[in-house]
Design a binder for this molecule. Structure first.
Ligand code: BG6
Length: 277
């Protein structure tokens, strides 16, 4: 594959596409079609990447934007199936790389039995990730998943997630319970919540002064997650205190919102991330 001038390739066993374009710098791993880093021109890094992330087939990178697919979290019926699906732990195939004055577009594909998907990463002043689930079989397939974005924050206790006010959500801490969001989301303990919301959200960092806009397509659910201290200590690929450095806001299709893709059809789950002025 010929790469455009703004895209380099580092690593052979573990290839990473290194984007250095007028509009942004970004890194995308072939493993998982995983955006590891994105820094639009004139801004600080937007994504959090764990310094203890493990880079090997069979393991998901901790941080960046894992592609969770074709199911979200536990498999609906098979307890032995990997959490968050099969896409984030394997190498994908690169099928396209282009650039223009607005940025760089990289396209990846994977196929495994009935599962077939393409991911397009467009990195420029905005970052767009789209995941197309393609049904080439003769039966309907049921798809869920998430673009599990880890956003870098000054401190988790400094941030607010805005625009989910009044949304219904499944609070999965302890016994899963449906609740209604009151006001902005703030963090003072573990949060693991699936919101019934297809709309955009804002991540406001009151100390760094940065606001990140997260827009979504084909995504009836928004997942907000931070493991907090105790769970972070139990995670081997995350430094104990680093739960303070990120907030996950995921464009998702979760639980009862799973999408049925008919034979010959496809479904696109997407997110567009931008730094607000
Ligand atoms: C979130 C889930 O999307 O991902 C959480 O809502 C889960 O329940 C988290 O703990 C991280 O999952 P993993 O498999 O990457 O550790």
């Amino acid at each position: 594959m010929n790469l455009p001038p703004s895209v380099g390739l580092s690593g052979t066993d573990y290839p990473v596409y290194e984007i250095d374009h007028l509009t942004c710098k970004a890194r995308v791993a072939l493993h998982g079609a995983h955006v590891m880093s994105w820094r639009p021109q004139g801004e600080e890094e937007v994504l959090y990447l764990s310094p203890d992330a493990v880079y090997r087939e069979g393991k998901a990178i901790r941080g960046g934007i894992p592609i969770c697919w074709p199911w979200f979290n536990a498999h609906p019926t098979d307890p032995d199936a990997p959490s968050h699906g099969i896409a984030r732990t394997r190498f994908w195939e690169m099928i396209g790389a282009e650039e223009d004055e607005e940025g760089v577009a990289l396209r990846f594909a994977m196929a495994d039995g009935i599962w077939k998907a393409e991911v397009t990463v467009k990195a420029g002043l905005d970052l767009e990730v789209s995941l197309e689930s393609v049904n080439t079989t003769e039966i309907p397939i049921v798809v869920s998943g998430a673009l599990h974005s880890y956003f870098s924050v000054s401190d988790i206790e400094n941030v607010r997630v805005v625009n989910l006010e009044d949304a219904d959500f499944l609070d999965t801490i302890g016994e899963p319970t449906m609740r209604k969001q009151k006001g902005a989301i703030t963090f003072s303990g573990e949060v693991d919540a699936i919101y019934d919301s297809a709309g955009k959200v804002l991540l406001v960092d009151d100390v760094s002064g940065r606001t990140i806009l997260i827009e979504k397509g084909g995504s009836p659910s928004t997942v907000v997650w931070n493991p907090w201290a105790e769970k972070a200590v139990a995670m081997g690929d995350l430094p104990d205190e680093d739960y303070r450095k990120f907030c996950c806001i995921e464009a998702a299709i979760a639980n009862d919102k799973a999408v049925i893709v008919m034979p010959g059809n496809s479904h696109v789950l997407s997110t567009r991330i931008s730094v607000e002025e």
